[in-house]
Ligand binder design. Structure first.
Ligand SMILES: [Fe+2]
Length: 205
């Protein structure tokens, strides 16, 4: 039953063109995208304007939490072009499952920038799951010249709250379920590369 439903969904998606720069275009529910584009996820009700620019969004709490570093790169047009000096906003809930909507601390929130190679990083701790949702970190990259806005979320491999046809519906969503590994600093780390969708794809279609 589940499998069949998944298949029907897949069948509605067709590769119909290969662009000059080599990536495949796909069409889903009337939306044209690239086959590398990072899939979107809910912005959710807890986004908050005004978070400070910082790469460390940890805060002090009495509860011991697993520190985690998130790294990755942001790519554009041909699924290959690194996007430098791009602002990414990230946020997640604290260990009490609360989103900081009020305090000046902007707990678990920050704006980060990609470097000259399109790379970004931030340090935080493993977010708590809430409301039956898997553990997750929100991302927002606002509309920049040539690219559509991207609101998405990062999940962690092995989280039993991730269920098929729930938060992760399509094969490409699985690219956002990340394996936790130990990095050179002996720290838990995950890697999420992001691929923006060029606006020109919308205009052409
Ligand atoms: Fe959330």
């Amino acid at each position: 039953m589940m499998k069949r439903r998944a298949f029907v969904k897949m069948a509605g998606i067709s590769a119909f063109a290969v662009s000059a720069s080599g990536f495949n275009l796909i069409q889903k529910d009337g939306i044209t995208s690239t086959d590398c584009a990072t899939s979107t996820d809910m912005l959710g009700p807890f986004f908050r304007e005004g978070a400070p620019s910082r790469n460390d969004i940890t805060y002090q709490s009495e509860i011991e939490q697993l520190p985690i570093k998130v790294v990755g790169k942001v790519f554009g047009a041909d699924c290959n072009l690194p996007l430098k000096n791009l602002e990414i906003e990230v946020w997640h809930c604290d260990h009490k499952k609360n989103y900081d909507m009020e305090s000046d601390e902007f707990r678990c929130r920050g704006k980060i920038q990609t470097d000259q190679n399109g790379a970004y990083w931030f340090k935080t701790f493993m977010p708590a799951p809430y409301g039956g949702r898997p553990k997750h970190i929100h991302y927002l990259i606002r509309e920049v010249e040539g690219y559509q806005e991207l609101a998405t979320q990062l999940y962690f491999k092995g989280d039993k709250r991730i269920k098929q046809n729930n938060w992760v519906k399509y094969p490409w969503d699985e690219k956002r379920i990340l394996e936790i590994y130990r990095n050179e600093e002996e720290m838990a780390e995950v890697n999420l590369d992001l691929y923006l969708t060029p606006k020109s794809l919308l205009e052409n279609k």
